[in-house]
Ligand binder design. Structure first.
Ligand code: HEM
Length: 375
């Protein structure tokens, strides 16, 4: 039998919370008609990508099409994690090269004056260990996040309805989307003032026009964490990043690219994000198959397990678009110890692969898993 490590003072602090729930397969429930719904989602998403590709002569990601930055960084697993947190990637000290892509969710290359949620995808390179079944990269561990703590719908059925609505607006009247965006931002500000936030308004262009580098990002959906289950978050911790939280951006077509580019061009010292993890400690209040529930931090706080360090560099060089075409970030690029959980994640395995395949074929640009120090 494996000998348990001695209890550290961090263990003692975590002991004030309920123990992390151990995963078992009966915690995941396949939805009625799950395969059909996923197939329909794949059709809707590749349909959106095709509409945009035929219009622009170039295929982008079916969603998160507009990249604002493609950065290189280094990721370090924190030393001396308590036993509960020393799992999977985080079981041993390690430093990995990382690629970071900042993006916005729509399918089109919309001007940033249509303000939608911010996203941050990170790929850790050359990670050793047993791979998840059903993933198609051999050494990457990817973490994809957006700047809100919960998904817009509990599962795939509701998401299919929203996706169909989104598809019906794709490439129709971008000017109308811009007018709508300005109006919705006003409505969102009123809602936030009274303590509410609407994911739907934000997705349609009502996201506050804030600097993306000051935002906190969340996976929204759960993953295995060794024997346990968890959600992840990227949290800016350097003062230079924290100074950008809530900072308004100018209203221009590429305001996010410009703001991120200026930040990394004039950076004096590298900046850091923490990767934090929130373990599931109560299946009722921290459900696996309802991604619309924000897991209460009073029951299980987010705790730092790693840090991402990014230094001065060109954030969006002339060839960035070509480079991002050859890359794929995906939650199923993962160790077996961090297998994606729940119906939305099961759908992402199929739908994101279909999107990758479509854009690679349309652009005649194969996707490669990066390795080494990436140029
Ligand atoms: C059923 C649910 C979801 C579906 C069907 C879906 C679908 C997709 C697709 C088709 C892509 C483009 C893939 C490519 O061509 O490489 C994508 C990208 C992305 N998704 Fe999702 N997604 C879902 C849920 C989520 C969630 C829960 C998050 C995070 C909270 C997320 C964050 C992202 C990000 C950040 C990207 C851009 C990755 C990059 O920079 O390349 N998605 N998604």
């Amino acid at each position: 039998m494996r000998r348990l490590p001695a209890l550290t003072h961090e263990d003692a602090a975590m002991a004030t919370f309920a123990p992390a729930v151990v995963y078992s397969p009966d915690i995941e429930h396949r939805q009625p008609d799950e395969e059909d719904t996923i197939a329909e989602l794949a059709t809707v998403f590749t349909g959106m990508a095709r509409t945009v590709a035929e219009h622009e002569g170039h295929a982008h990601r079916a969603v998160h099409a507009k990249g604002h930055a493609l950065l290189k960084g280094r990721f370090q697993v924190l030393d001396g994690l308590p036993a509960e947190l020393a799992q999977g990637l985080f079981a041993a000290a390690g430093t990995y090269n990382a690629l970071v892509r900042l993006s916005s969710p729509p399918a089109e290359q919309l001007p940033d004056t249509v303000s939608t949620p911010r996203a941050m995808a990170v790929k850790l390179l050359d990670v050793p260990g047993a791979r998840v079944e059903g993933g198609d990269e051999q050494h990457s561990q990817d973490f994809l996040m957006v700047n809100g703590p919960a998904f817009s719908t509990p599962g795939i059925q509701g998401f299919l309805r929203s996706a169909k609505l989104l598809a019906s607006t794709t490439e129709r009247m971008p000017r109308t989307k811009q007018v709508l965006s300005a109006t919705l931002r006003g409505t969102e500000a009123v809602l936030e003032a009274v303590g509410g936030q609407s994911a739907t308004l934000k997705a349609l262009g009502g996201e506050p026009q804030h600097h993306p580098l000051g935002e906190t990002f969340f996976t929204q959906v759960p993953f295995l964490y060794g024997p346990y289950m968890a959600k992840f978050s990227w949290v800016p911790v350097s003062p230079a990043l924290l100074a950008l939280t809530g900072q308004p951006l100018a209203s221009t077509a590429d305001t996010q690219r410009e703001a991120i580019g200026a930040f990394f061009e004039h950076l004096d010292a590298p900046v850091e994000w923490e990767l934090r993890v929130q373990l599931c400690r109560d299946l009722e209040q921290m459900p696996i198959e309802d991604a619309s529930v924000v897991w209460p931090e009073a029951l299980s706080p987010f705790v730092a397990v790693g840090r991402l360090v990014v230094g001065a560099q060109p954030a969006w060089s002339a060839d960035a678009e070509a480079r991002e075409d050859g890359l794929a970030f995906a939650p199923w690029h993962a160790l077996a110890a961090h297998r994606p959980l729940g119906s939305l994640n099961r759908a992402r395995r199929i739908v994101m692969a279909a999107s990758r395949q479509f854009r690679a074929q349309f652009n005649r640009c194969p996707i490669h898993e990066p390795s080494g120090t990436v140029g």
